[in-house]
Design a protein around this ligand. Structure first.
Ligand SMILES: Nc1nc2c(c(=O)[nH]1)N[C@H]1C(S)=C(S)[C@@H](COP(=O)(O)OP(=O)(O)OC[C@H]3O[C@@H](n4cnc5c(=O)[nH]c(N)nc54)[C@H](O)[C@@H]3O)O[C@H]1N2
Ligand SMILES: Nc1nc2c(c(=O)[nH]1)N[C@H]1C(S)=C(S)[C@@H](COP(=O)(O)OP(=O)(O)OC[C@H]3O[C@@H](n4cnc5c(=O)[nH]c(N)nc54)[C@H](O)[C@@H]3O)O[C@H]1N2
Ligand code: SF4
Ligand SMILES: [Mo]
Length: 672
């Protein structure tokens, strides 16, 4: 007998998280024994969050879906029989052929998001569904309004490296619970803090990140544009704007200045935002006098009916402070590494024979229940769990449960969506397939090879679409390429401007490599300057627009933010993480609880016109009156009333880019 030594494989965390950490996987006998941080990763440097420590327990979880399944009982009852891959592919493609012949390809809806952020697996179905002529999906559930708000001011200007913040002397975390959602940025903020920087959190409640902040500014949900312009008002009034920077690099400062001075006096802004006038003044003075302010903008403020305008106003404030010219200063909403990759050879929009209709993934309920000509008759889900994560859950569940909807779900686990399927296909985890990773929180890219063979009969997304294409008779060469060949294709097409020759060799070998944004004009706007005034926008200047919930009548604004121990609906396969997450909790201010006669720890129901959901109540000083907070998107199978917080969120969209408005809803709360 001789001992088998574990080998180490390099990988990347595949989840929808700005950190995209480097992993080292200890492998023995085709199994992952342990997963830890890669100390050589330039951004994450060897540490992982509590979710990914223990990823091997997700990969080898006893309840992984092991083989294809075909429904045998009523929809949603969970009765399935085992099928072979050949049989499952035949069932699916026979049905699609019949539906396409009768109703056209648009009767078929693909639905996917970010189960894996790898460029190949995430986009694996695009070419296939274009070729099929299916309804197109607007993949807008996350932060398209944040991107729209940034580009209204900055155009295609790349976001800065997150490393910059280490040299800042005043960090503002604006609508981001970074301790939960951007942990390795927090490490850099702490470094700045050790060097004397102050940290201010601007949020709707004192979230976990309040613990690393010197000051917390609580703003009424959806009112941040007014706060940002109130700060601009004080900067303008007190001569604290960076006039030299604005004169050289921006257009529209006189107009923005006039608007802020006329309409955003601290007293008025206070009434609108709930932030005391004095706090607005001191915040403005702190920012105006700092050497190098750094503003990190989270997704929170963008998930409102006024989200794009809100982000635009904060980005404009950063320019008024001249942060872009200060060493250690900056404004980061998202990095711009996606600009480096040309995905068109993978997504193949050219395969669409005619422009097909598009459906917002935020309006799935409407699409499934209301679309006609043709109605959606079949749906294929991969890398997403819409039964749990999509807004207006009751409408979504009604649609997914339709007897006449043919639902196919490619999944790692029996999620709420998979349970409703007619055919379930087993998916690999990221340790079992190859991919190419980039990040929206830093600039490292990395090519990853499988660390272990597929568990049981699981297949990667790309391989499933190859099989589906073969069975449909699609003969484009792309559908015969291996994942590695697709990665080669993407790397060959990736703007060589972002990766030098030596870097390409390092990428090929699986090392993490930091992209360098190519030289070019400093500002990626049409005018070549920062556009405080943008005549191409429906509103030429930043300003406060009402949020959807401003018009509502129920007493509490509901903030449904991400949770520490889960990632959207992922990681709930792990009992130890579920336990740490502590179930569905609703946080309320003491005054709101007292008014309703509610006690800490009791079961409560939050309700509105869309539905209701059951929570355990936590009474906390850090939540202001008028606000209810529910962190996390729980599996319905673990939810007390079989509904999670998305039973309370609406299908309404953002002001621009048709994004989600998860935080822009009202509720009331009663004892359960
Ligand atoms: N642990 C964990 N990590 C995650 C995720 C997760 O679910 N869990 N999700 C991942 C995904 S998909 C994404 S997109 C990112 C999410 O990243 P972000 O969207 O940046 O999410 P958070 O960091 O929680 O930021 C939301 C914060 O915004 C606050 N907020 C809400 N409304 C407002 C407002 O009107 N004004 C202000 N100032 N603040 C507001 C909330 O209270 C909350 O603290 O994180 C990713 N990482
Ligand atoms: N109320 C409320 N709702 C929200 C949010 C919120 O803050 N509040 N956040 C929203 C945001 S920002 C986002 S981005 C969305 C995210 O929504 P989703 O992208 O749907 O995210 P997850 O819930 O993590 O579901 C991903 C699923 O993909 C599966 N998966 C993982 N890897 C693979 C793979 O390689 N192949 C296949 N086929 N499947 C795989 C996982 O098992 C998991 O079930 O949720 C949104 N929903
Ligand atoms: S979820 Fe985010 S912080 Fe955690 S390991 Fe993955 S990339 Fe890193
Ligand atoms: Mo997201």
């Amino acid at each position: 007998m001789f001992a088998v030594m574990p080998t180490l494989a390099r990988s990347v965390c595949p989840f929808d998280c700005p950190d995209a950490c480097g992993l080292l996987v200890e492998v023995e006998g085709g199994r992952a024994l342990a997963v830890r941080g890669d100390p050589e990763h330039p951004y994450s440097r060897g540490t992982l969050c509590p979710k990914m420590n223990g990823y091997d327990r997700t990969v080898h979880a006893p309840d992984r879906i092991a083989h294809p399944l075909v429904r045998t009982g009523p929809k949603g009852a969970g009765a399935f029989r085992r099928a072979t891959w050949d049989e499952a592919i035949r069932i699916v493609t026979d049905r699609w052929k019949a539906i396409a012949a009768e109703s056209g390809g648009e009767a078929i809806l693909p639905y996917s998001y970010a189960g894996s952020m790898g460029l190949v697996q995430r986009n694996a179905g695009m070419a296939f569904f274009h070729r099929l002529g299916a309804t197109r999906l607007e993949r807008t559930i996350c932060t398209p309004a944040q991107a729209a708000g940034w580009s209204a001011v900055m155009g295609a200007t790349p976001g800065p490296s997150p490393d910059v913040v280490r040299e800042s002397d005043l960090v503002v975390l604006w609508g981001i619970n970074a301790v939960a959602t951007n942990l390795h940025f927090v490490a850099r903020v702490k470094e700045a803090r050790r060097n004397g920087a102050r940290v201010i959190l601007v949020d709707t409640y004192a979230n976990d990140t309040a613990a690393i902040a010197d000051e917390v500014v609580l703003v009424r949900p959806g009112a941040d544009a007014a706060l940002a312009l109130g700060v601009v008002h004080v900067l303008a009034r007190e001569g604290l704007a960076d006039e030299r920077f604005l004169a050289a690099e921006a257009i529209g400062w006189p107009e923005l200045r006039a608007r802020a001075l006329a309409g955003y006096a601290p007293a008025d802004v206070s009434a609108r935002t709930g932030v005391p006038a004095e706090t607005i003044e001191t915040l403005a003075r702190a920012l105006g006098r700092a050497r190098a302010p750094f503003i990190r903008i989270g997704g929170g403020p963008s998930r409102y009916g006024n989200g794009a305008m809100t982000i635009r106003s904060i980005v404009a404030l950063a320019a008024v402070l001249g942060v872009h010219d200060r060493r250690g200063g900056g404004c980061l909403a998202s990095t711009s590494s996606s600009a480096a990759f040309d995905l068109s050879p993978l997504t193949r929009e050219d395969l669409l024979s005619r422009p097909t209709r598009a459906v917002s993934m935020n309006q799935l309920g409407r699409a499934l229940n209301e679309l006609s000509d043709p109605p959606i008759r079949a749906m294929y889900v991969w890398c997403s769990n819409p039964a749990a994560v999509a807004p207006d859950q009751n409408a979504v569940l009604r649609g997914l449960a339709r007897e006449d909807l043919f639902l196919v779900v490619h999944e790692r686990f029996m999620t709420d969506t998979a349970r409703l399927a007619d055919v379930v296909l087993p998916a690999t985890t990221s340790l079992e397939h190859a991919d190419l990773y980039r990040s929206y929180g830093h600039y490292a890219v990395q090519r990853v090879r499988p660390a272990i063979p597929p568990v049981a009969e699981a297949l990667p997304n790309w391989d499933v679409f190859r099989r589906l294409a073969a069975a449909m008779g699609f003969d484009e060469p792309l559908f015969r390429m291996s994942t590695d060949e697709v990665i080669e294709l993407l790397l060959a097409r990736t703007a060589p401007r972002w990766l030098g020759e030596a870097d390409r060799a390092r990428v090929a070998s699986g090392e993490p490599v930091v992209l360098a944004p190519p030289p070019g004009p400093r500002w990626g706007t049409p005018s070549g300057r920062i556009e405080l005034l943008n005549a191409a926008q429906p509103e030429p200047l930043p300003g406060y627009l009402p949020a959807h919930a401003d018009a509502g009548t129920l007493p509490l604004r509901l903030v449904t933010a991400p949770a520490l121990y889960t990632l959207n609906s992922s990681f709930q396969e792990r009992p130890e993480l579920r336990e740490k997450a502590g179930g569905m909790i609703l946080k309320l201010a003491p005054a709101e609880a007292a008014r309703r006669g509610l006690a800490d720890g009791q079961a409560v129901v939050a309700w509105n016109e869309l539905g209701e959901a059951t929570f355990v109540l936590r009474i906390l000083d850090g939540v202001p009156p008028g606000v209810a907070v529910a962190e996390g998107v729980f599996w319905l199978t673990h939810a007390p009333g079989a509904r999670n917080v998305n039973a309370l969120t609406s299908q309404r969209l953002t002001d621009q880019a048709r994004g989600s408005t998860f935080y822009d809803n009202r509720v009331d709360v009663r004892s359960a």
